[in-house]
Design a protein around this ligand. Structure first.
Ligand SMILES: NC(=O)c1ccc[n+]([C@@H]2O[C@H](COP(=O)([O-])OP(=O)(O)OC[C@H]3O[C@@H](n4cnc5c(N)ncnc54)[C@H](O)[C@@H]3O)[C@@H](O)[C@H]2O)c1
Length: 329
């Protein structure tokens, strides 16, 4: 049996903590947790103690001392570039959280860094591994639906996400945080290249709590082949919302339609209140796919090129949001 791949987690927050615990608990065969890095030393130490690995305050020391096979980068949205450039320069394979970058310059620099270093690198657009969507992709691949022509999708979160869990929500938007997944799914399912985007959004609810960002964003994207998509990302569902998220994707093709409802995942619990807990845990499968990608096996992962394409759409989308214009890409 091949030796387990040693993982370094960069960013010991919500996602870094989840991936570190998942690997430390043995839920990803073939992966082993080597250490965690965070610029907040106390956070790194707390997570390292909880998962039985070593804590570091910088990537260079961690890589020198641990020699990890790959790193999982889970720093805030606009702060992926510096860790990715360091890791690539040190020859470490990289799985970086979505969105790849929040500017086209950062995306291009990261793409260049991993190309120059020749390291395996993927973006963590995890919804591609959500079981109903993985099955949807097989249906699209079979040709049964013909050519996909229109998409309609939403991904919405209860307000506790930006208000309580994400302390930097004022520095991002529901489009970067949520809609990025939807844009990636259309890129993946339909191999569509965006030509124009128009977006509109609203503010007020979160701003009332001192969080200066959009409450919701709507966007219409037209693709080069004449297909289009309508997307919604909203961050102010009431906290009484019974599920972790509200998710739906519909794609209409020339010969058929597919619809994925990801809100209720087949489990309802009626205890103190009625809940639809997320029952389909797909992060372990996603990480295993990355390990296969490192070994040159399995289906292609989410390339940095795809990550840069989603960033390109989102940069134009935010220009449209600000100016009320239809933006050409
Ligand atoms: N794939 C998904 O489904 C999914 C879900 C949620 C969040 N995310 C993404 O994951 C990323 C992290 O989100 P989060 O909620 O875990 O954030 P978080 O704020 O909980 O954690 C981020 C951590 O990164 C640390 N950090 C910042 N700069 C650093 C640096 N240069 N080096 C090392 N550590 C640094 C911070 O101190 C913090 O501990 C974001 O890009 C977010 O969009 C992805």
């Amino acid at each position: 049996m091949a030796a387990a791949r040693r993982m370094l987690v960069v960013g010991a927050g919500t996602m870094g903590g989840m991936y570190a615990r998942m690997v430390a608990a043995g839920r990803v065969p073939g992966a082993e947790l080597a250490g965690v890095v965070d610029i907040d030393g106390a956070r790194a130490l707390e997570l390292a103690n909880a998962t039985g690995c070593r804590a570091f305050g910088d990537i260079e020391t961690a890589v020198r001392e641990l020699r990890p096979d790959f790193a999982y980068v889970a720093t805030p949205d606009g702060l992926h570039r510096a860790p990715v450039e360091s890791l690539a320069g040190l020859g470490v394979a990289i799985l970086v959280e979505k969105p790849l970058a929040t500017t086209n310059e950062d995306a291009a620099a990261m793409l260049e860094a991993v190309r120059r270093a020749g390291v395996h690198a993927e973006v963590n657009y995890t919804y591609r591994w959500f079981p109903p969507l993985a099955e949807a992709m097989r249906t699209v691949d079979s040709g049964e639906l013909g050519e996909l022509r229109t998409f309609n999708a939403y991904l919405n979160y209860p307000v506790a996400s930006p208000r309580e869990r994400l302390h930097w929500s004022g520095g991002t938007t529901p489009a970067w945080f949520l809609m990025s997944h939807l844009l990636d799914l259309v890129l993946w399912l339909g191999r569509k290249r965006a030509m124009t985007v128009y977006a509109s959004g609203g503010r007020g609810e979160l701003a009332g709590h001192g969080i200066e960002t959009y409450d919701w964003v709507h966007a219409v994207v037209r693709y080069a082949d004449g297909a289009d998509g309508v997307f919604e990302a909203c961050w102010i569902l009431p906290d009484s919302w019974p599920a972790p998220a509200e998710f739906r994707l519909k794609a209409i093709g020339t010969q058929g339609v597919l619809e994925v409802d990801g809100t209720a995942q087949g489990l309802m619990v009626a205890g103190e209140r009625v809940r639809l807990p997320g029952a389909l845990q797909w992060a372990p499968a996603r990480l295993q796919a990355f390990l296969r990608g490192m070994a040159g096996e399995g289906r292609p992962g989410v390339s940095f090129e795809d990550g840069a394409e989603v960033t390109r759409v989102l940069v134009a989308l935010h220009r449209s949001l600000e100016h009320g214009t239809v933006e050409r890409l």
